[in-house]
Structures are given as C-alpha cells and as structure tokens.
Design a protein around this ligand. Sequence first.
Ligand code: OGA
Ligand code: NI
Length: 366
Amino acid sequence: MVTKTSIEFDPYTERKAFDETKEGVKGLVDAKIAEVPRIFHVPQASLTEKKPSVSVSDLEIPIIDFASVHVDTASREAVVEKVKYAAEKWGFFQVINHGAPLNVLEEIQDGVRRFHEEDPEVKKQYFTRDNANKKFVYNSNFDLYSSSPSVNWRDTFTCYLAPDPPSPEELPVTCRDAVFEYSKHVMSLGGLLCELFSEALGLESEILKSKGCLKGLSMLCHYYPPCPQPDLTLGVSKHSDNSFLTVLLQDNIGGLQILHQDSWVDVAPLPGALVINIGDFLQLITNDKFVSANHRVPANREGPRVSIASFFSSSALPNSTLYGPMKELVSEENPPKYKDITIKEYTEGYFEKGLDGTSYLSNIRI
Ligand code: OGA
Ligand code: NI
C-alpha cells in the first residue's frame, strides 16, 4: 500500500481521488489540464539514473520472418536458430508473416481506440478494481494502490479470453468483434511460438504446451493519451511481464523501449509486425536460458497511442500447478536457480509490488 509521506502531499488520497473519477488519464486530458499532477511524477532518483536512449539505427531487436516455418525442415531450423538467439540474448523480437491479417490488426487497434474514446458515462459502467469473475475490466493503472513509485500515463481495459472465454455480451460492442477475431490469431500464433521455443531449447515441440503455457490468455488494451509534460512521467514504467510470453501490437507512434546491455533501445514500429517477448515464467522454467527483459514506454506529446499486449498466463486464476526450472534443463552442473511457485502466488506478489522497476523473479531466486 502507498503510505502517507507528508501533510502537503498525501499520495494515497490523491491516487484515490483520481481513481474515483473513473475517467482515467483520458479524463484529465479531456479536462485540458496543462500540468501533470504530482502522483504521476517519476521520482527524482529514478530520473537521474536514466540510461541513455539508443535509437534503432544503432541497435535493433531481431526481426524474424515466419513465412518459411512450414516449408521444410531446413527452413524451420533456420527460423528456430533466430528465435533461440532472440530469446537468449534479447528476450524480444518482432515477427512478420505471423499469420494475422493486416485488417485484423487494424480493427483491433480501432476497437481499442473506440472504447477508450467512448462517452465516459458508458465507459464507467465497465470500470472496476474487482477482477474476480470479471471477463472485462477497465481502469487506469492496475497497480494504483501498490507500492509503485508513480502512476503511469495510460488507461487500460483487459479481456480475459482463456481458459474460460467471455460470452459476447460481456464485452462492449465498441470492441467485441475485434477482440474475438484478433484473439483467435493470437492464440494460434501462441501455439506456433511455443513449438519454436521448445525446439530452440532442444526439446520436443509440444513440451511447452504440455506444461500449460497456453492455458491462459489475457488481452491488455492500452491507451496512452498525449501528455503535456512528457519529461515528468512515463507511459509505463520499467517492468518485465508476468506471463510465459507476450504478443504486443503497437501502433505507428511507437514508444516501446527495451533495456538491453544497460541502454534503452527503441522498438521502431514496423507496420504489420507483432512484437514478441519472453515473460517471467519462461525465464523461470528455462532456468534463465531465456530472458524476460525489462521494458518501458515513455510519455509522449504525440498521441493518443494505442497498444494491445496479449499475455499468455493464467494469472490469478486458481491453479495448483507448481512451476520451477524444467527437469529437462537442469543438471548437476546447471542446478535450478529458482524455487517452485504457482502462477497464482507469483501473480499476487507481482501485483502487490506493482511496476516498481524490480523483477519479482528475484524473490524466488535460490
Ligand atoms: C505491457 C507493456 C507496452 C506497450 O503491457 O506489459 O509492456 O507498448 N506494454 O504498451
Ligand atoms: Ni510489458
């Protein structure tokens, strides 16, 4: 919980007042505020430790073409090699020819924009902090009441699509068809990615699926309004993902940055591409062979920016499966680096901590 630090500035009360508007950051921008409120200010300490930003011309995350994956064994092996390199060295890559048609990508972005730009009175009906049994959750900053040092300049709605898909009427009409259509493609791409990751580990293609990596799917649909003072805050602060893997669609404004070799590297928008990243659970079960890299999105005068992050994770749903480094990947020379944990327990710890710039993996490291 946020603690009270001074009489003049009570972050809890101010965060709560912001929350109670149920209008998110979009509501502040619509009210034409000229200054970013204090709760959004990034603490001075983390501003001064800001690493240099490296532009895409200096360093680029891998771009992998999946067109040849089903052609023949040799072409598939070539793709697996690239996936292995990206998963081990970057934790991130962009994929082209992934199977999701361009119009489906456009429609999900339009649908997300339509929901967030809908009449606030309509949006408020979907606003909640109680995720239990809800398939559609709209709010701003899932970690608003955690110990996160500052509030992020973005609003989000989340659709929980697997293991129990919502019925159509649980989703607002503004985005319903787009969410269902896009999620089908994400699910099948997730299947292919799990096969390629398994092969990249030198294991049988179905192993990651058999471990339940595709069981849960949550789609986080973000809206980053234009920011009047982008140097004071962030769109999303430094974090790694609470997932096995994440499929991200960012619009043409761009903004995603990855912490790589101590520099922030821009992920330049590539029309039609999807950004894939390794999440904490894959780093955990691969015993650090694959890396769940830190990333962030700065605030921007330009906007609104829209992105859709599809998390493969059963998150807080009851699931007693214990996850730890896979027995196939550990040995006497390479002992397990992590304790076993359930996804539910991990997710609860991750939520409580909030996006404070540290990885929850460090809490279960042996
Ligand atoms: C996330 C995330 C980046 C983006 O949802 O975890 O990192 O571009 N999103 O919105
Ligand atoms: Ni993320």
